[in-house]
Design a binder for this molecule. Structure first.
Ligand code: B12
Ligand code: SF4
Length: 551
């Protein structure tokens, strides 16, 4: 630990109510530990806007406040920071994270309450800035910094990143400890080895290097998990890496080693993670056993599409066949699967949208309305952004971010916008609320089912029978709504292809995607979910057992 410094720092995360999942933000937790190691006194506050305790912020008596900002949190962050600056004009406000990395200069020009913005990885530039403030030194040479000079905003060039992630101290866990959370995020790598055209991840960490991926050693990851298990009794994890299987040489050896060490250290944990769809090709039956034994219960795949043209457009490595195979393979192995899916994009055709519907129906993801509604959000400066721009499809806007574009086929554009704004864009859509509840069976419930089978079912026939019965009923119900949702979407496509008619679209969606239908199905699934817990309880397996294990 270096010498104690006078400058006090507060790292503050403000979530919108819509994102009111109380989770840690590893980014600022990591910066907090890093600054602390350098001798700074650091306070962390995470909150949603309405629960934010301004008293806590002022109590910290901070000289510098650092805030992460996302596209969705710009408004609330600005609102809170405006109040802070008004009450304490001397506090130095620094924004960082995804949104300021993309638009830091514009944000500084728009909101004069901010003194600095930091682009990309935060540890090194935030430390250098804090030291410049501590020692009243010139900050203008700090790489990745955006600062003010008179009336101008100056954007420095991007700087380097922490090459060896093992050298970073483990992130602070204030929220985990204070809220007694039993669910922790772990970041085992930064960057991504793929180059999806709509994504900006690789440029985020270092715009100069296409595949700037760095991974922590398995030993270092296990040390952190052990600490969390031993000290805070946390058994449930989310490895939030872009793709857990990544490595510099393309082989998932690091991932196998992490799994092996979890087993060797007898860490009885479960975890979920992100994979790319082609990953199944790297699995063997032995490796699948290894991953299951180490606690893998859930995976989100960046599937994105069910047709070859769109997969090519998005620059995905996986083919449609890979997407189908991977879902089948992991489900056969009792690992709960969720997918990322982009149904519409500016180049969508009727043929490809029908293929998407077939894909969703085949994989039973058509049971979840939001997969049909989802449309491509194009990050500015991504490869797809330049293509859409060059093709003259971008609509002029003074908003930051890039969501507004024309569709090659105007009628498809009407359908896409209609669905998006009726459901996704409308925060109050109660139909969408129930659609999400149906989605949570696929997203959450099957993870519990898979865990229960592996940990209790295999030792007790009656328990296994009860779990399987519940699972079969859930799939049966999902298949029912799966077929009807796919049917609705195909009819919407047929109608749009003959002539777009909003009234017809309204009639169809009100018939199939009515509140009554969605709520009815959601209630049936909920009843089934609860009946499993009751039945298991009758068999002597109380929810306390498995919920204590934090599934
Ligand atoms: C876990 C996660 C969540 C969690 C926790 C939030 C969080 N940010 O930790 C939850 C579920 C709450 C969440 C929600 C959302 N998320 Co999210 N999430 C992630 C995920 C998978 C991991 C984040 C992480 O921990 N990374 C590891 C840490 C070490 O990196 P980091 O967070 O980027 O932090 C570093 C830098 O960004 C920077 N930094 C971050 N904050 C600050 C602050 C200051 C002052 C400074 C100087 C630097 C700095 O320094 C950090 C350390 O180097 C990322 C994808 C990814 N793999 O990174 C998406 C990601 C961050 N999420 C994203 C989005 C869009 C969202 C949502 C807006 C989704 C939605 N539509 O509702 C919400 C909004 C979040 C909010 N704050 O309200 C996008 C952000 C893109 C954007 N344009 O803003 C990402 C990149 C995914 C993607 N590729 O689209 N998310
Ligand atoms: S795999 Fe995910 S993080 Fe990596 S480039 Fe593709 S979308 Fe981005």
């Amino acid at each position: 630990m270096s010498i104690k410094k006078k400058t006090k720092i507060l790292l503050l995360s403000v979530l919108t109510e819509k994102n009111a999942i109380i989770t840690e933000e590893l980014g600022i937790c990591s910066i907090a530990s890093f600054l602390e190691q350098d001798g700074f006194d650091v306070t962390l506050v995470n909150s949603t806007r309405s629960y934010l305790d301004m008293g806590k912020i002022y109590e910290a008596n901070a000289d510098i406040i650092g805030v992460p900002m996302y596209s969705t949190t710009e408004k609330v962050v600005v609102e809170v920071c405006t109040k802070i600056k008004k009450d304490n004009p001397n506090i130095i406000l620094v924004m960082g994270g995804y949104w300021p990395t993309l638009y830091g200069k514009q944000l500084m020009e728009t909101y004069d309450i901010f003194d600095y913005a930091i682009m990309g990885e935060g540890e090194l530039p935030f430390r250098d800035l804090s030291n410049a403030i501590e020692y009243k030194a010139d900050a203008s040479n700090i790489k990745s910094l955006i600062y003010r000079k008179g009336d101008c905003v100056i954007q420095n060039e991007r700087g380097g990143v922490v090459e060896d992630l093992d050298t970073l101290p483990f992130p602070r866990r204030d929220l985990l400890v204070n809220n007694k959370l039993k669910y922790a995020y772990i970041s085992t790598s930064r960057g991504c080895m793929a180059n999806c055209n709509f994504c900006w991840n690789r440029k985020f960490w270092n715009p100069a290097d296409k595949n700037y991926w760095r991974g922590r050693s398995p030993e270092n990851v296990i040390e952190e998990i052990k600490l969390l298990v031993d000290k805070y009794n946390v058994n449930r994890y989310w490895f939030i890496d872009s793709s857990f299987e990544d490595s510099k040489n393309g082989k998932p050896d690091r991932m196998w080693a992490i799994a092996q060490k979890i087993i060797d250290e007898k860490l009885t944990i479960t975890y979920e993670t992100y994979f790319r769809s082609e990953v199944y090709k790297k699995f063997t039956p032995e490796k699948m056993e290894l991953m299951k034994k180490s606690g893998l219960v859930g995976v989100i795949f960046g599937t994105e599409s069910g047709n070859a043209d769109d997969l090519r457009l998005y620059g995905k490595i996986a083919t449609v066949e890979d997407n189908l195979n991977t879902i089948k393979y992991f489900r056969e192995n009792d690992i709960a699967i969720d997918i990322g899916f982009i149904n519409f994009n500016p180049y969508s055709t009727f043929d490809n949208l029908r293929k998407n519907a077939d894909f969703l129906e085949e994989t039973v993801f058509a049971s979840v309305l939001y997969y049909f509604v989802e449309r491509c959000q194009i990050t500015e400066f991504s490869d797809l952004y330049y293509k859409v721009k060059n093709d003259g499809l971008l609509l002029p806007t003074d908003k930051m971010g890039c969501y507004d574009y024309k569709y090659i086929n105007e009628d498809i554009g009407h359908l896409s916008e209609y669905l998006y704004y009726k459901y996704h864009g409308n925060e109050d859509s109660i139909v969408y609320f129930y659609a999400k509840k149906i989605g949570s069976i696929i997203r959450e419930e099957f993870k519990i089912v898979s865990y229960l089978k592996r940990n209790y079912g295999i030792y007790d026939d009656k328990i296994m029978k009860a779990i399987k019965k519940n699972e079969e009923t859930a799939w049966e119900l999902l298949r029912e709504i799966n077929a009807s949702n796919a049917d609705c979407f195909r009819q919407l496509l047929d109608m749009t292809e003959s002539k777009w008619n909003k009234n017809e679209a309204e009639k169809l969606t009100e018939k199939y995607w009515s509140l009554q239908n969605m709520k009815g199905m959601s209630d049936k699934l909920e009843k089934n979910r609860l009946s499993l817990y009751l039945n298991l309880n009758k068999l002597g397996l109380s929810p306390i057992n498995y919920f204590n294990l934090n599934i």
